[in-house]
Design a protein. Structure first.
Lengths: 201, 201
């Protein structure tokens, strides 16, 4: 899918704000998670493996897991629990693209800016606005942190689906998990910023 | 080591506060990370495997990794970078015990209260107080979130060190990673609470 046709996918768009996180902060975070240039190569490999599987993966997460956890499912629903199919569809397309972006894009200023935008879209500052819907006012930080465990675990068989060696799968998975930890560190920023989203744990 | 002799290890002590997180919140978080009763059995297995290795693991993390990352090492040092051996020693003993507690203790009200205490001891509200030291005023939330990737990756060989099958090692590791994600969700709480630690990302 051409990412330019995904509703609300504003990567590198002049309409999104510059991240308050600097490239120097990002470099420090990469050191703290242990993300090396070797990991970056395995992320590229993961991207080539996951391309073509992203729809299935997001369906697995959303229909297979989140739909069965009311506490998480409500964030894609209207306040009384009614489905919002257009919201779910558009955000799932962005979710799919995010898997590829995680693996294939350079972690540069544009990436950092969109990380900030993704973070804000989970908080009361920006949730629901992109898709003009009424749903939960924000996704609590704890739900994001917690669900990451599920994404890290369930991605593994998809990484193993293209006949790579167990060692290659391990290395792709390790690089993926480091990137996830880096990203949730970035996404946590507005939740702990007195000028942004507070008390949305 | 008898945990009662560890300086500042206040598990289930009447001196620590009740967690603002409820047992119902905890139950929800367990569902979100996917922590099942089967995982709880594998955590017990992990506890029996890691017992006797905790000193080595914490040395690996602290001397082998954190010491080489100035941005992280400073949280155990005096403001000008001088070592604080007594602080490092006491907090390392607590770190070792935390590995065992993660695996072996029930996640009940006492556990929840001590999770809250651990969280606060990383923030400006309580850091340095337990050991009466001068060090960095707090550990930024992003450093905690980021370093978890390293702990998750490096724990694996220790889980494999006692001749369990690859499947058992996988299951212990998966249960460990879920518990980690659950715990950082809990530790993030005071960082996003307007009444507690703000702007400490």
């Amino acid at each position: 899918m051409n990412p330019k046709t995904i509703p609300g996918y504003d990567y590198a768009s002049p309409t999104i704000a510059r991240s308050p996180v600097t490239l120097a902060d990002l470099a420090s975070l990469k050191v703290s998670v242990g993300l090396t240039s070797e990991d970056e190569r395995y992320l590229q490999m993961a991207g080539s493996v996951l391309a073509g599987q992203t729809h299935q993966i997001v369906q697995h997460w959303r229909s297979g897991i989140i739909a069965g956890i009311p506490n998480l499912a409500r964030h894609s629903q209207a306040p009384e629990g009614q489905p919002l199919p257009a919201y779910l569809a558009a955000s799932s397309l962005r979710f799919e693209q995010w898997i590829l972006d995680t693996c294939l894009l350079p972690y540069d200023q544009d990436w950092l800016n969109y990380q900030h935008e993704i973070a804000l879209r989970h908080t009361s500052l920006r949730k629901n606005q992109t898709d003009h819907v009424q749903s939960t006012p924000y996704v609590p930080l704890r739900d994001i942190l917690a669900f990451l465990a599920v994404m890290n675990q369930t991605i593994r068989p998809y990484l193993a689906a293209k006949n790579h060696t167990p060692e290659e799968v391990d290395r792709m998975h390790s690089a993926w998990c480091k990137s996830m930890q880096l990203q949730i560190a970035l996404w946590a920023a507005p939740y702990s910023d007195a000028k942004l989203a507070l008390n949305e744990w």
